[in-house]
Structure formats: structure tokens, C-alpha cells
Design a protein around this ligand. Structure first.
Ligand code: HMG
Length: 412
């Protein structure tokens, strides 16, 4: 039985900061961010956007036109949870008008929580082949202002429906994993920014990649040379170059560059979105590759600090192009509003009160859901009208890590 990803939808905040401006403000050469990290821009959520509003918008698009009564579960993967007890998926359950018999819960293991959720969804559909599961990954990556992690911030959501007879990707059975208790990146409940041992985290990412790939091979997986494309968790896009070079033992040029380039194109403009990052990369790869990938195998590597690595592969389903939301995603990327560094720092500094008092946010640009404010310690979400515009002919985002934003090309 083929089980896998049937639809894949993204959402990114309507504001971004150009990293050239951040580099100037932090007195760092812009090339350190652009070439050294492979990042051009980072998505910045306004005060009235949180992981729930982003997740609901992506989830709504993933469910568009489909029968909600066949959904058994909505699973939210996040490490930016809005409650220590109640699952954020319950807000989604209401905002997406899901049936009462559909379960809602949250999973966490840093950035690989979404891939754990995918595995849970695959196992559920294997047991109940007529049923479907909605997985939504949403995160806001926050580091201290002025820290080495600051240019790797970002935010976004990815939602996918897992079903039997999927129209996008059929997941292969072999999976590989690697787990070890380490302190490379973590965030205690009393902090809203991550603590990180940056260089160590990169080292652990590569260790988890190598070990989980070996485990995947031992389980019957195919060698990386037989994977037409590889998508990696992308804390910053140069990480894919480091990862793919580590795995293949080759320089990132020719076929090796083709295998990863398209998958970096959206993340380069969004930054790290933790749990959503790998699935944003997957969408970018499928949507920015002009070659027909039908029947080809792709590799997917998820890394969650702390740490766990998961390696798996999937086969692209013939006709997948019909299901892609390419125009919607390009519109989301190209119609964002630029921020100055001062505006970004103003958004960054906003906080909800923690004493139970009432606060209403001014309305900023958001998707169809917004966080209106808080009252009595309860977040207030509301649905807002967002004009549906006809998609203009939008350019493909730049694909190569060193390409300037203006270099608008498609890759084979
Ligand atoms: P840093 O100390 O600012 O950067 O931290 P650096 O000095 O190592 O420079 C970065 C690269 O830029 C280097 O290239 C420099 O040579 C280059 P590399 O040696 O890596 O090839 N560079 C330049 N290039 C061109 N022109 C220049 C120039 N100057 C320097 N002028 C670090 C970098 C990634 C450590 C930092 O940003 C950080 O701490 N980030 C947060 C942690 C992180 O992203 N870790 C990644 C792996 S862990 C992970 O992915 C999990 C995570 O998503 C969380 C989760 O699982 O929940 C983070």
C-alpha cells in the first residue's frame, strides 16, 4: 500500500528583514550572512501573528477542497508552543472547523518534531487506510539580538495531509534514526530565546546525519547516489551544502549541487522555521525544479537539536505537479513587506502581558487568522478578511546559495 503526503501548503509572515540591513546594523560584512550562512532575508512575524495563526493558515490551504470528515487527527509539531499544557492543535481544531471525532495533539522534539508527526501519521493511515491525518509544523526561531544566531532567525508553517494513495509523495518504508542526549540547543520554559552552542550544534547535526543515514541503509534504504534530490533541515541554507558534502564525500557542484539547490530557494528568503524548515525545503524543491521528477526518489533528513536525526526517502508520485501550490507560495514570498532594522526590533520587543490583563493588538498584515490579543490569560484568535488576488506571473526564487536575489532562474 502506498502511503504518503497528499497535499503540502506553506505560510510565511507578511514581513521580512533583508539581512544586508542587519549586517550593516551589526557591523558584520553582508557576505558573512549571504555566503557564509547562505541567507538573504528572514521572515519576521508581527505582534498579531503566532504559531497558531501561521499553522491555521497553512492547514486551511492543505485541506482546501477536501472532505474534513475523513480526518482522524490533526498533529501540531512545534517548539514555540503557546501553552505548557493545552495542545496548540486544539486551537487549530476550532479554527479549521474539524469534526469532534478528529483527535488534536502536539508533538515536540525540536526541529524534527514534524518528521516524528509524519511517522505517527503514516502508522495511523497504515492501520486505517480510508482515514487521513493533517500534520502542521509551525515555529518562530528567536535568538538574542546581536548573537551569532540572530541572522538565522525566521518563521513559517508547513501543513501536509497524509493519506493512502497520496498525490505528491509515497513514503518508502526504510527509515534511519540517531538519538543522543546532548546540549547543543535548548530553551528552558522561562526563556523566549534559544540557548545554543552553535559550532557544537553543527557538529551534532552532521553526526546525526551520518549515523541516521547508515541506519537507513541497514534498514534497506538506497544509497544517496540513487536519490534524485535531497532535502535537509535548513537552519540556514549553507547547512545543506555542508550536509550533502558530508554524506556524499563530494564537492557541491554539478549533480551534487542540482540535488540540493532547488530545495534551498525558499528557506534562503525565510530563515529557520524549525519544524517547518524541512517541509518548506521539500515544497521549494518540488516547485522550483523544471525537470519532471515523477517516479524519482528523494531523500529527507530531519535534525532536531538535543538531539535526534531521522533519515528517510520517498518516491515522487506521477502527476504531482497538479497538486503543487506553487503560485500561492510564490505570491506569499514575493508580496511580503520589507522592514527596517528599527521596525524589526520593535516587533521583536513586543510581548503579551503575563499578569492576566487585557491587551488588543493593532492590526498588521497577516493571513486569514490573527491573534487579536489576550484577556484573562487566554489568547484571542479571530478570522479576518484577506483579499484573494489573482496571482501575477511571479518569478522563481533564486536557487543557488550564492545567487543574488535578482538572479531569477529555474534549475533542472
Ligand atoms: P558564527 O560564529 O557567527 O559564524 O556562527 P562563523 O564565524 O562560523 O561564520 C559562518 C560562516 O561564514 C563560516 O563558513 C565563515 O567562514 C563564513 P564555514 O566555515 O561554516 O564554511 N564567513 C564568511 N563568508 C563570506 N564572507 C565573509 C565571511 N565571514 C565569515 N565576510 C552559527 C554560525 C551557525 C554557529 C550561528 O549562526 C549559530 O549559532 N546559529 C544557531 C544554531 C544553528 O543554526 N545550528 C545549526 C545546526 S543545529 C540545528 O539545525 C537545529 C536548530 O534548527 C534548532 C532545533 O533543532 O530546534 C538550530
Amino acid at each position: 500500500m502506498n502511503i504518503g503526503i497528499d497535499t503540502l501548503s506553506l505560510y510565511v509572515p507578511r514581513y521580512y528583514l533583508d539581512l544586508g540591513h542587519l549586517a550593516a546594523a551589526r557591523q558584520v560584512p553582508a557576505d558573512k550572512y549571504r555566503r557564509g550562512l547562505g541567507q538573504e532575508q528572514m521572515a519576521v512575524p508581527p505582534p498579531d501573528e503566532d504559531i497558531i495563526t501561521m499553522a491555521a493558515t497553512a492547514g486551511l490551504a492543505a485541506l482546501r477542497g477536501s472532505d474534513r470528515s475523513t480526518l482522524d487527527r490533526v498533529i501540531l509539531a512545534t517548539e514555540s508552543g503557546v501553552d505548557q499544557s493545552k495542545a496548540g492543535a486544539l486551537y487549530l481544531h476550532r479554527l479549521l472547523e474539524l469534526p469532534a471525532r478528529c483527535q488534536a495533539f502536539e508533538v515536540k522534539q525540536a526541529c524534527c518534531g514534524s518528521t516524528v508527526a509524519l511517522q505517527l501519521a503514516l502508522d495511523h493511515v497504515r492501520l486505517h487506510p480510508t482515514r487521513r491525518v493533517l500534520v502542521v509544523a509551525a515555529d518562530i526561531a528567536r535568538y538574542e539580538l546581536g548573537s551569532p544566531g540572530e541572522p538565522t532567525q525566521g518563521a513559517g508553517a508547513a501543513a501536509f495531509v497524509v493519506s493512502a494513495r497520496p498525490r505528491l509523495l509515497a513514503c518508502d518504508a526504510p527509515t534511519g534514526s540517531y538519538t543522543e542526549d546532548v546540549m547543543d540547543f535548548w530553551r528552558p520554559p522561562y526563556r523566549d530565546t534559544a540557548l545554543v552552542d552553535g559550532k557544537f550544534s553543527v557538529k551534532m547535526y552532521l553526526t546525526a546525519l551520518q549515523e541516521s543515514y547508515q541506519d537507513y541503509l541497514a534498514a534497506g534504504g538506497v544509497p544517496v547516489a540513487q536519490l534524485a534530490r535531497c532535502c535537509y533541515h535548513l537552519p540556514f541554507t549553507r547547512m545543506a551544502e555542508k550536509a550533502h558534502a558530508h554524506l556524499t564525500g563530494t564537492a557541491i557542484e554539478g549533480d551534487a549541487l542540482t540535488a540540493i539547490a532547488a530545495g534551498m530557494s525558499y528557506n534562503r528568503l525565510i530563515g529557520n522555521s524549525y519544524t517547518a524548515s524541512l517541509y518548506i525545503s521539500l515544497a521549494a524543491m518540488l516547485e522550483s525544479t523544471s525537470e519532471d521528477l515523477s517516479g524519482q526518489r528523494v531523500g529527507l533528513f530531519a535534525y532536531g537539536s538535543g538531539c535526534m536525526g531521522l533519515f528517510r526517502s520517498a518516491t515522487v508520485v506521477p502527476g504531482y505537479q497538479e497538486v503543487l501550490q506553487t503560485e500561492r507560495h510564490r505570491q506569499l514570498l514575493w508580496e511580503r513587506q520589507p522592514l527596517t532594522v528599527a521596525d524589526y526590533q520593535r516587533f521583536y520587543a513586543t510581548q503579551l502581558p503575563t499578569d492576566g490583563s487585557t491587551l488588543s493588538w493593532a492590526r498588521h498584515a497577516t493571513g486569514p487568522f490573527r491573534l487579536a490579543g489576550i484577556t484573562g490569560h487566554q489568547r484571542q484568535y479571530e478570522r479576518v478578511a484577506v483579499a484573494e488576488k489573482a496571482a501575477p506571473a511571479l518569478p522563481v526564487p533564486p536557487v543557488a546559495a550564492h545567487a543574488p536575489v535578482a538572479a531569477l532562474v529555474s534549475v533542472g
